[in-house]
Design a protein around this ligand. Structure first.
Ligand SMILES: [Zn+2]
Ligand SMILES: [Zn+2]
Length: 318
């Protein structure tokens, strides 16, 4: 922590770091030494800490069925955008969508506060290429649970988007914009929830909610639960569950994580063959994202859903 902890080093990095909270395009920490890249950037991680502290607001705002319902709905819609689009579409290209549909779900994904779609896909492709090896950004094998779960997300080296890994996505200007200003959509969501809560208090007081309450439940609590549910796939789904396929990594199939993450818990299936839109490979392996994508396909919003090849199922041990 030499340079970051010393008063001079902190002062030198303060302004660029504050700017990077809002504009990730500000000259990044590219070319860091590996040891420096692995260190947590505490200053830049403050908004992430603030997101968690915001949940404590529940002490003052209390709860209502309206607020809890909004939190659940926002969890579901954003989890679908993360697994269906950030993961299965942008990272793995397992189906096709028009440019407007692609953008619409990139915006909903960005509302999850898991950075932009290009950042997400670039890191995830890197994970598959080096799963549970030295270059994997979030393997629990050496680094342990907390680093694989969230520590890696806050390291200096993890903030930049490596465009070399996502040339197919970087050609879309609107996606690059969303990725660069990745706090815009979350701030709009927070402001929108506050405004909605205030409007409901004025025009539908029977619903028993208000601006601060919808902000705490719909934004802070829903987003924090969504984040920790998503990253269980990096931490727990590489440690706990069964292995249907012989893969070089430690990925597991875990039905509980699959329920929580709308299908992502079938992670050993996914690591063995990431080229299909499905992650549950058997009919009883509940995969909510796949059902949702089939619905979008029936509505002609997406197409070309890639199936599981027969040779993949032939290699299954169960
Ligand atoms: Zn994995
Ligand atoms: Zn994947």
């Amino acid at each position: 922590m030499q340079s970051a902890a010393s008063p001079n080093g902190t002062r030198q990095r303060l302004l660029p770091t504050l700017r990077r909270w809002f504009d990730t395009g500000v000259a990044s920490d590219a070319g860091l030494e590996p040891a420096a890249a692995r260190r947590i950037d505490w200053l830049r991680a403050l908004p992430f800490a603030g997101l968690h502290l915001g949940c404590l607001g529940v002490i003052w705002v209390g709860a209502s069925w309206t607020a809890v319902t909004v939190a659940l709905l926002l969890y579901a819609v954003r989890m679908f955008a993360i697994t269906g689009f950030y993961h299965r579409y942008f990272s793995h290209r397992t189906f096709q969508a028009s440019r407007p549909v692609q953008f619409a779900f990139a915006v909903i994904g960005a509302a999850s506060v898991q950075r932009g779609p290009l950042w997400w896909a670039a890191h995830h492709r890197h994970h598959h290429r080096h799963a549970d090896q030295a270059l994997d950004p979030h393997s629990p094998r050496e680094a342990g649970f907390w680093r694989s779960h969230m520590g890696w997300f806050l390291t200096r080296g993890a903030f930049a988007t490596d465009f070399a890994r996502i040339p197919d996505l970087a050609r879309f200007a609107e996606l690059r914009w969303l990725d660069r200003y990745d706090t815009v959509v979350p701030l709009l969501l927070a402001a929108g929830l506050y405004g909605l809560g205030e409007a409901l208090q004025a025009f539908a007081p029977a619903l028993g909610t208000d601006g601060p309450q919808l902000l705490v439940w719909g934004f802070f609590i829903s987003t924090v639960v969504l984040f920790h549910a998503t990253v269980t796939i990096n931490s727990l789904a590489h440690q706990y569950g069964t292995r249907r396929f012989e893969t070089a990594d430690d990925s597991r199939n875990n039905p509980w994580l699959a329920l929580l993450t709308f299908g992502e818990g079938w992670h050993n299936n996914h690591h063995f063959f990431p080229g299909t839109v499905r992650q549950g490979f058997r009919w009883w392996e509940i995969d909510m994202t796949w059902y949702g994508l089939r619905m979008l396909a029936a509505l002609r919003l997406v197409h070309g859903l890639k199936p599981i090849p027969a040779w993949v199922l032939a290699k299954a041990r169960s």
